[in-house]
Design a protein around this ligand. Structure first.
Ligand code: BES
Ligand code: MN
Ligand code: MN
Length: 455
């Protein structure tokens, strides 16, 4: 491993330069105006994989392309399926970025840009560790298959079809994803559970166009007022979601898991200060960690309707829209939750308005076996690179492919996150600590060796 570690050190600055080039590409999957940029990012990944010595191809989908790469020159050794995404969240609100979202800048030991930690920087750790092996040893100790997609941030809707069509080709012993976070700075983690998600959009429709609120107000329903009523009815005073049946399939936390969560360091004051909120809020009877990792939620992500410009304007708006997501925990069925939400909202909506209900994407929550076959290898690799053993955590975010790997390919995933939850993912000034980038790359390089020893 010595020459590989040396290669990583000798080439560290070049890795950062190449990551910068990756981050300059505006691969915003949600926004069709960036379609060409998304493809450009796919090509960048393709060239990187080829440059590292893998065979690689672009696979077209109904949406953005998937990059597939492989190196299968280690017969008898385990095969590792590596997943990541090259698409990013929209950079808005633009005016809150200290330096522009797509002009990567190094400050305070961090690289700032949209996608720095989620997920371009983290994907890059695996690309570079593979390059290091191939350029120094001319081989890898394990077989690798990489699936780097461009639609994770919009729900991975075309990925399952690719997995289903390529079951044999994608056969692997274990999957690795670096798209989560460490528990805290210098507290690397292995994540054994993620929440699922359902995403939908509701529109309350009133009059056929905006109307004078003095002439007609009071005699017809106001769609914005109605939407607010619907949203207000999603929770009770104890912070519980009021959709009938919402909690029916939720597995209660075991006493043992609650104790393990509670044993993790948690500084409430620092948590509140970091987020800029005056107090915690959530479902009664649960701690913040439990609420984030193991309890389902229902949140409005955005709301639109009526006059948004400067100064007053007296109208009854024609319509109002809200984007809603529920985070789900294991055993909740996404389709049933969406159906229950739609039924509940329709029941609350008076005949004086019309309700439109559209769904975007969904995926279930899950937990993995925390003692699986490859876990010890991951622990060891992380310990070598970070100098401390990882803690076992669950997280509240969602990565749709992880559940699909299990259900469609029968492979379990190791979620090895090198980032921090405070890296501003999905927020302005997203960044990735360069130390985490380099440690992550080193952990990845050691991971392949440790995994090759697993029988
Ligand atoms: N990398 C995140 C998920 C994540 C972040 C998990 C931090 C755990 C810790 C991923 O890119 C993401 O943002 N996923 C979306 C899911 C989706 C279907 C749009 C999410 O969780 O909102
Ligand atoms: Mn991600
Ligand atoms: Mn994301």
């Amino acid at each position: 491993m010595k020459n590989i570690d040396q290669y990583l050190t000798a080439n560290a600055d070049r890795f950062v330069d190449e990551l910068k080039a990756f981050l300059r590409i505006r691969s915003v999957s949600a926004d069709s105006q960036f379609k060409d940029e998304v493809r450009k990012a796919a090509r960048f990944v393709l060239d990187q994989l080829k440059g590292a010595g893998l065979t690689a191809e672009l696979v077209e989908t109904e949406g953005h392309p998937i990059v597939y790469g492989e190196w299968l020159g280690a017969p008898g050794a385990p095969t590792v399926l590596i997943y990541g995404h090259y698409d990013v969240q929209p950079p808005d609100p633009l005016d809150q970025w200290i330096t522009p979202a797509f002009e990567p800048t190094i400050r305070d030991g961090c690289i700032f840009a949209r996608g720095a930690t989620d997920d371009k920087g983290q994907v890059f750790t695996h690309v570079k560790s593979i390059e290091a092996w191939m350029k120094t040893a001319g081989r890898l100790p394990v077989n690798v298959k990489l699936v780097i997609e461009g639609e994770e941030e919009v729900g991975s809707n075309n990925l399952d079809l690719f997995l289903e069509r390529n079951k044999a080709k994608l056969k692997a012993d274990v999957a690795v994803i670096s798209d989560t976070s460490q528990y805290a700075p210098d507290m690397p983690a292995i994540t054994y559970g993620l929440r699922g998600i359902v995403a939908c959009e509701i529109t309350v429709k009133g009059p056929k166009q905006d109307l004078h609120s003095g002439v007609f107000g009071g005699a017809i329903a106001n769609p914005v007022n109605m939407l607010a009523r619907l949203i207000g009815a999603l929770h009770d005073d104890r912070g519980r979601v009021t959709i009938p049946g919402f909690y029916d399939d939720v597995l209660p936390l075991t006493a043992d898991e609650r104790a393990r969560f509670a044993a993790l360091p948690f500084n409430r004051e620092a948590f509140l200060k970091e987020l800029g909120v005056p107090a915690e809020w959530g479902e009664e009877g649960f701690t913040s960690i439990e609420r984030r990792w193991a309890r389902p939620t229902c949140d409005v992500n955005g709301i639109k309707g009526g006059y948004q410009g400067e100064g007053p304007k007296t109208i009854i708006p024609a319509s109002a829209t809200a984007k809603i997501t529920c985070r789900l925990v294991p055993n909740q069925n996404p389709d049933r939750i969406v159906a229950a939400l739609e039924k509940y909202l329709r029941g609350l909506c008076p005949p004086a308005v019309r309700l439109e209900f559209n769904t975007w994407h969904n995926c279930p929550g899950f937990v993995f076996d925390a003692n699986s076959r490859f876990m010890a290898a991951a622990r060891k690799a992380i310990e070598i690179a970070f100098g401390v053993a990882p803690v076992m955590i669950r997280e509240g975010g969602s990565i749709p492919v992880a559940a699909s790997f299990r259900t469609l390919l029968g492979v379990d995933t190791l979620l090895l996150g090198w980032g921090q939850n405070t890296d501003n993912l999905h927020s302005p000034n997203e960044h990735f600590h360069l130390a985490d980038f380099h440690r992550g790359t080193r952990a990845s390089a050691h991971l392949w060796l440790e995994m090759s020893k697993v029988k």
